[in-house]
Design a protein around this ligand. Structure first.
Ligand code: GLN
Length: 495
């Protein structure tokens, strides 16, 4: 098979091709290593690991030859550079982790390697996963492989898992891991025209994933198809005694949930997700998706989630609060960067000032402020209470409906540097994704159409630990939409 046709395969097709010996894991890994080199202008990877990919592929080929293939044997995947990978540079896209080679492997990546997956490298992200555009990375912005028709200006891939999204969309990875704290899997998936699944909180272990906001961090898969997301999640999920918030639940066969049958399912459309400033095309795509589900036999009903408007301010109190605490460990003593000074306190100050970028510093300051004596009750405690109410509101809604259909983001991908410098404007990108984050319920982004030539997705939110319904509904939308992920980078029509 040619490189081009190997790269066009979905994960499910590649899995079948490897088992059927249509090609070897080495051929697949070589094709992807070459694709990564070609995609270098996108800056999607911080650290490609081509030699490791070939060694892992050879081991997979040996197992496959013996007829002892593992579930993901020979499948080349990219890893968001927030997951610790033993002996391989792990940066969180921050200067402060310079030279950090973890002595251990994250649980999720360990599970992937034990299932035979092949590591292609570590992908770029917003620094410490804080952002919605991938522009806060110490290693420079990532470019979206899509461009507006007739317009050569580079666009953001979304964030924070923008490197993973760009790599999967540009066929420089067959699938990738992401993490989603307030939308960082779903929004870049929507901007790049791929599928992004934030599982339930506790479904995938956080152990060995660099912490941003521990009560909100969700590892999850980013893929080109819904089936591929189901396959990835099955391996990534599972109880981990090393993460006290990991759920002690069995892992279903998510792929088996893709029956294509949504007859009788009740789908809620929350009217609070209709925003004044929203592009008409986004509203139209959302409406069409509801119509498709109705035609497939689901019952689509309007619901109300009145607390939705409080989700964004609540998130932007809780996430920085937890971040300020989690990031206290970067002090120049144990990891990465150290700027020498005469006294210990000066060393801390100089190291942290040099090591953290502007957005991370802003979050540490906000977080420290809302946790400080005198403000703790007014901000942090109040936000925690509102969070509990939002979670309860979802639980109430799910007594009446099986899943909820909403938009993912108020816009399609925007230009690199096109947004104003106002951080609040950037935070508004997360308005549709943070409610499910705060509630810890599963949510997926599935591409359904184009807005001025750029992909847009819709979101399916489900009951806690019911990823199966979320995947099933997303699968039906995917098959009606027939969205083809062919960004201009692949069509080669760039000047
Ligand atoms: N954009 C959100 C933020 O900046 C979400 C980031 C994420 O999910 N990691 O916090």
């Amino acid at each position: 098979m040619s490189d081009g046709s190997l790269l066009a395969l979905s994960l499910a097709e590649a899995r079948d091709g490897l088992v059927g010996k249509s090609f070897s894991a080495r051929e697949l890994a070589l094709a992807y290593n070459d694709a990564i080199a070609r995609a270098e202008p996108l800056n999607a990877y911080i650290t490609p690991t081509p030699d490791r990919a070939l060694a892992m592929a050879d081991a997979a080929d040996r197992r496959l030859a013996r007829g002892e293939g593992l579930p993901l044997d020979g499948i080349p995947i990219a890893v968001k550079d927030l997951y610790c990978t033993k002996g391989v540079l792990t940066t969180a896209a921050s200067h402060i982790l310079d030279g950090f080679r973890p002595p251990y492997e994250s649980t999720v990546t360990e599970k992937l390697w034990q299932a035979g997956a092949v590591m292609l490298g570590k992908t770029n992200l917003d620094e410490f996963a804080m952002g919605s555009s991938n522009m806060t990375s110490y290693y420079g912005p990532v470019e979206n492989p899509w461009r507006r028709p007739g317009d050569n200006r580079p666009l953001v891939p979304g964030g924070s898992s923008g490197g993973s999204a760009a790599a999967v969309a540009a066929r420089a990875a067959l699938a990738a891991t992401g993490t989603d704290t307030g939308g960082s899997i779903r929004q870049p998936a929507s901007f790049c025209g791929i599928v992004g699944l934030k599982p339930s909180y506790g479904r995938c272990s956080r152990w060995g994933v660099v912490a941003f906001a521990s009560s909100l961090d969700h590892p999850g898969p980013m893929t080109r198809t819904v089936r591929d997301a189901a396959i990835m999640l099955r391996t990534m999920a599972g109880h981990d005694p090393k993460d006290s918030t990991s759920a002690p639940l069995p892992v279903p066969d998510f792929e088996a949930a893709l029956t294509g049958d949504v007859r009788g399912l009740r789908v809620g459309i929350p009217k609070e997700y209709r925003h004044d400033g929203m592009r008409v095309e986004i509203e139209a795509a959302w409406h069409d998706a509801g119509q498709w589900l109705r035609e497939a036999g689901a019952e689509v009903v309007e619901i109300t989630l009145p607390l939705t408007k409080h989700a964004l301010p609540t998130y932007y109190i809780i996430a920085p609060a937890e971040a300020s605490s989690n990031l206290a460990r970067y002090d120049g003593v144990r990891f990465g960067l150290r700027v020498e000074a005469d006294g210990l306190e000066d060393m801390y100050e100089l190291t942290r000032a040099a090591g953290f970028g502007a957005e991370v510093r802003r979050r540490v300051l906000i977080g420290t402020y809302v946790l400080s004596a005198g403000y703790y009750e007014a901000y942090y405690l109040k936000a925690q209470r509102v969070r509990a109410l939002i979670a309860r509101e979802f639980a109430e809604a799910f007594k009446n409906v099986d899943c909820i259909l909403t938009p993912i983001a108020p816009s399609a991908a925007f230009g690199i540097g096109e947004q104003s410098d106002d951080p609040v404007e950037m935070y508004l990108n997360d308005v549709f994704t943070v409610p499910a984050s705060l509630a810890g319920v599963p949510a997926i982004s599935v591409p359904v159409g184009l807005l001025e030539g750029l992909p847009i997705g819709v979101q399916i939110i489900g009951r806690a630990f019911d990823e199966e319904t979320v995947l099933r509904v997303a699968g039906v939308l995917e098959s009606v939409a027939q969205f083809q992920c062919l960004p201009s980078f692949l069509a080669g029509d760039r000047a």
